[in-house]
Structures are given as C-alpha cells and as structure tokens.
Design a protein. Structure first.
Length: 343
C-alpha cells in the first residue's frame, strides 16, 4: 500500500510517500523560516499563501524521487489539526481533492500523532506501550501510548510550551528568529554555575510543566546587570539547563509511575543536543531506553503524516474508507479524542 502524506499545519510544507512494504520512499520539505524572519514570527496569512504555492510542486517532486505516478497511490493522509486554520485548509483541500479524483481513501491525521509515531520510522524503533514526551513550539506533553490511537495524557504545560519559551528567551537575548536553535548554539559558549534559574513545577507532585516564569526570570537577570557577550551565553546556558532538567525529571517520573521502560521523544525541541544527552544518560541509569526520531523528522514533515496514515490504515479494513466528498480541519484538537474507524 502506498500512502501520500501532506503536512501544512504551520510554516513547513511537507510531502512524503510511504510504502507499507518498502518503507519511506521519498520526502520533500519547504521551510518558510526565511519568509517569516522579517516579522519575528509566523504570519498565518503568509503561511497559507506559501503552502498554496508549494504543495503541488512538492508532490510532483516526491513522486519523481520515488519513481511513482499519481495512480500508484492507494491512500492519502493529510494533517487535519491542530495548527493554523488557513494552513491546514490548504493541505486538507488538496488531499480531499486528490482522494475524490483518484477514488482512493483520505485520512485526516492529528499533527501530534504524527510526531508521536515518528520515532517508529527509525531503527531501532520502540514497541508499544511507551511514554512519549512531545516537545515543540506549541506543545509540551507527556503521553502514555498503548497503541495506535490509544493515547492517555499524563501531563502538559500550563502556560508556555518548551519551544515557545526557547524562542521568547532567545528574543530577550537579542537572537534572531527562530530563536530556539540560536539559543542552543549560544549556550555552548556558556559556563555552568554563573547564573541559577528556577526549575518551575519540578517538585509539583504531578507531571505538568510551566515555562513562562522561567522566561520572566531571564528578563529579571537581564534587567539587573550590564549584558556582555559572555553573560548572554551564560544566561542561555542556565536557561537551557533548567528546561532540560525539568523535561528529564518529569519524563523519568512518568516512566516510574507507569512502570514502562521505553521513552519516545518527539517534536522540534527533541533535536536539542543537551536534552538528548541528558535524557539518554539519566534514562540508562534506571534501565530505560530512549528513542528519538531522525533529526530531519523532529520538525514538521510529511513523512510522519504518511507513516501515521499507514499505521491507522493497518488497524482497519481499508474497504470501509471512502474517497473524500468533503473535509474539515481542527485548529484545536485533543489528541485523546482521535476516533479510529471501525474495523
């Protein structure tokens, strides 16, 4: 079975072709980072218009790379939500139109489900059940994953997501957009122990997160002293160290509470080098294995959507799916509320 994946939830246009027999055949991606840099953040209307320009050429590019034709595709998976409504509508409309024209099923995929399942594209891959730490610019969540479509929320951020806090703190330090990666690079020049920042909700007794106060603490530091290049690096180091410690300890607590021994890390912040090193080291000391997606699949991409579509199709009778006659998007969508079709 050959599945076309379409991802247009925010500022990356991602297209991929996944075969249930051969694996990932091709994937193409266009990032809008340079376009949005001028504005210091994503402009929804510009994002939507750029998806319109990019999606069809990228589909053709993916087909060419996989040496496939449109009529070879057996199903289409597109990101239905959550995300920017206008951006989601681009992918959903293209997916539904192709589904109707080709007479094949179309599946609306939850964006976070794509991230959550993306480490299964790598080798070695985790097996169900496992704990998933989803960390991105818009989400920070701990999920128990018992199978495809079987997700239990264990904890989440009560304010800023980890990636959002990275970007906001980077802006306070005078770094460009997007700031998360730039802050991580600056932190490599920093020295441990120069500044001490709080670890919000580290001892809260639950699995929730909070990062807004950490950003405020950085602002307080900046306002109290003359900032040099070295002090900026030291503050970046202290900030990243605080975020990594909280994410690590909460993840280990989730594993301890559930008795599970596999941790999946997904989302853009999952590419952070210090987080990967710290989690892997701490997890190994308690007999836990950590799985990460390839770096190219940490950010939004079509491969994770195509793969999630393939996984969902394998849980049901494909004959029960019909070509799309309409489509909807969900800008806000609870991952636990995913409904799989009857088998």
């Amino acid at each position: 079975m050959l599945i076309l994946g379409i991802e247009t939830s925010c500022d990356e246009t991602g297209i991929a072709l996944f075969s249930t027999k051969q694996g990932l055949l091709s994937h193409t991606l266009h990032s809008q980072t340079e376009m949005h840099r001028e504005y210091g953040g994503v402009v929804p209307e510009l994002a939507s218009r750029d998806h319109i320009r990019r999606v069809l050429p990228l589909i053709n590019q993916a087909l060419l790379a996989a040496k496939c034709q449109l009529h070879d595709i057996n199903a289409i998976a597109y990101t239905q939500g959550p995300g920017l409504a206008g951006a989601l509508l681009v992918g959903a409309s293209i997916g539904a139109s192709l589904s109707f024209a080709l007479g094949i099923p179309a599946l609306g995929i939850h964006h976070l489900e794509g991230h959550l399942l993306s480490p299964l594209l790598s080798s070695p891959a985790p097996s169900f059940p496992f704990i998933a730490l989803l960390v991105s610019g818009g989400h920070t969540q701990l999920m128990q994953v018992d199978g495809v479509g079987q997700y239990k929320l264990l904890g989440e951020t009560v304010d800023d997501a980890a990636g959002e806090a990275f970007d906001k703190t980077a802006k306070l330090l005078g770094l460009g957009y997007p700031g998360g990666a730039a802050l991580s690079q600056l932190a490599k020049q920093g020295q441990r122990g120069q500044f001490k920042l709080p670890r919000p909700m580290l001892n809260s007794g639950d699995l929730n997160f909070s990062f807004s106060g950490l950003k405020t603490a950085v602002l307080t530091l900046i306002n109290r002293q003359e900032i040099t290049q070295q002090s900026r690096a030291d503050i970046a180091f202290a900030f990243q160290d605080a975020v990594v410690e909280v994410l690590t300890e909460k993840s280990l607590a989730a594993l301890s509470q559930t008795g599970l021994t596999q941790l999946v890390v997904a989302g853009g912040v999952g590419a952070n080098e210090q987080l990967r090193n710290n989690l892997t080291l701490k997890a190994a000391s308690v007999g836990v294995t950590v799985f990460y997606p390839e770096l190219e699949f940490c950010t939004d991409n079509g491969a994770m959507i195509a793969f999630a579509g393939a996984m969902r199709l394998q849980t049901a009778d494909i004959s029960s799916w019909e070509p799309a006659s309409s489509f909807t998007v969900n800008a806000r969508w609870n991952l636990e509320m995913i409904d799989l079709p009857d088998a």
